[in-house]
Design a protein around this ligand. Structure first.
Ligand code: NAD
Length: 357
């Protein structure tokens, strides 16, 4: 499909191709929708096989950010950037050149860390533009959003439990967590503190041992994660793990985790889970603490305010799952409709709504 055809299909406002010969920068910035506010989304670096693949990725990811910000209740739109190339080609000049392109957009796009970019890269960008967030505490930022994300996932999980069982209490419930990094380890700690039993899984054996030492629980490995006899599966590592292959293995009645893009195919797998009576709390609702954290940094909000906002993911998950049941929809479809309704309502207040996300 031609680029304008893709923008039409997904509803994008603006796509900017950026090239800087001296530093070798090749980047694409996609602004999906700015009805609610400036577009925000991380800058990913990846050695794409083709330009078409890079464009498809940035268009898809930026649209996802519109929905994530809207359902999180933020005054932000959806955007994303990709820098094309291997990590080994990184340089100060490349990120400063990227920062100048971001600056030229005058605040319509705000960038942050993402796959293969880090705090140091954000520092370089920040020397050319103020439209960067998720910066280190040393540079005046709030640092790693992982702890806020984990707090939000914990409350999302309580919301899913409440929906499925009538009680939000995690005490005595068994939760299997895949991925014990920033998000998964933080989630495990909140769950342990609230009296849950833990089944812990990570490809890195040291991470598993550390978590078992510090938090207790039992280890699970490989596909035994999906088969775990437990109440909740919490994928907190990589995307695409809940799929046509793994859904038949699932014994848990709830899937609720912090990873992005947990479902391999949103429609197909969402419907398969619904048919099996497994409650799926949409990932982009549950992991919204991350965007709340960077939004808080942008707006100078207190840590307490950001954590209180993340705790409200509990209510949002209940609202999403309630609507899915009432209207017999997949939970992702239900949350998309809620996000679109908020964009439409706030857009019309501003006189901005065009009728299409
Ligand atoms: P991280 O890199 O700190 O931790 C990921 C952990 O998962 C690592 O310990 C790694 O060894 C493990 N892992 C990788 N592949 C695995 C596999 N196949 N099976 C089991 N374990 C595996 O990352 P993070 O910041 O904790 O993020 C985890 C997920 O949450 C990612 O999908 C990320 O996109 C998403 N997310 C993170 C944030 C945030 O604030 N950090 C916000 C929103 C979404």
């Amino acid at each position: 499909m031609e680029p304008f055809g893709m923008m039409d299909a997904l509803g994008h406002e603006q796509v900017v191709f950026c090239r800087d010969e001296a530093s070798g920068l090749k980047a694409i910035i996609a602004i999906h929708d700015t009805t609610l506010g400036p577009s925000l989304g991380g800058c990913r670096m990846f050695d794409y096989r083709s330009e078409a693949e890079a464009l498809t990725d940035v268009l898809r990811l930026s649209r996802g950010m519109t929905y994530k910000a809207a359902i999180a209740g933020l005054d932000l739109g959806g955007g994303k950037a990709v820098i094309v190339g291997p990590r080994s080609s990184k340089s100060e000049a490349m990120f400063r050149a990227f920062g100048r392109f971001v600056d030229a957009l005058g605040g319509r796009y705000i960038t942050a860390e993402d796959m293969n970019t880090n705090e140091q890269d954000m520092e370089f960008i920040g020397r050319e533009t103020r439209w960067v967030t998720g910066r280190s505490p040393a540079a005046g930022g709030t640092g790693n959003p992982g702890p806020v994300t984990a707090w939000g996932v914990f409350h999302g999980l309580r919301g899913a439990l409440h929906h499925a069982t009538g009680s939000p209490s995690v005490e005595g419930r068994t939760v299997a967590i895949q991925g014990l990094g920033n998000v998964g380890y933080g989630l495990a700690k909140h769950l342990r503190d609230a009296g849950a039993e833990l089944l812990l899984c990570d490809v890195n054996q040291q991470s598993v041992e550390r978590a078992l030492d510090e938090l207790g629980g039992e280890p699970v490995e490989g596909d035994d994660f999906y088969r775990a006899p437990c109440d909740v599966l919490a994928p907190c590592a990589v995307g695409g793990v809940i799929s046509a292959r793994t859904i038949p293995m699932v014994q848990a009645s709830i899937i609720c985790g912090g990873a992005n893009n947990i479902l391999d195919d949103e429609d197909r797998d969402g419907q398969a889970l619904r048919a099996r009576g497994i409650v799926y709390a949409p990932d982009y609702v549950v992991n919204g603490g991350g965007i709340m954290s960077v939004n808080g940094e942008l707006r100078g909000e207190s840590r307490d305010k950001v954590l209180a906002d993340a705790a409200r993911i509990y209510e949002t998950v209940r609202e999403v799952l309630g609507r899915a049941d009432r209207e017999d929809l997949t939970s992702v479809r239900a949350s998309n409709l809620l996000a679109e309704a908020r964009i439409a309502a706030i857009g019309s207040v501003k006189g901005l709504w065009t009728g299409k996300v």
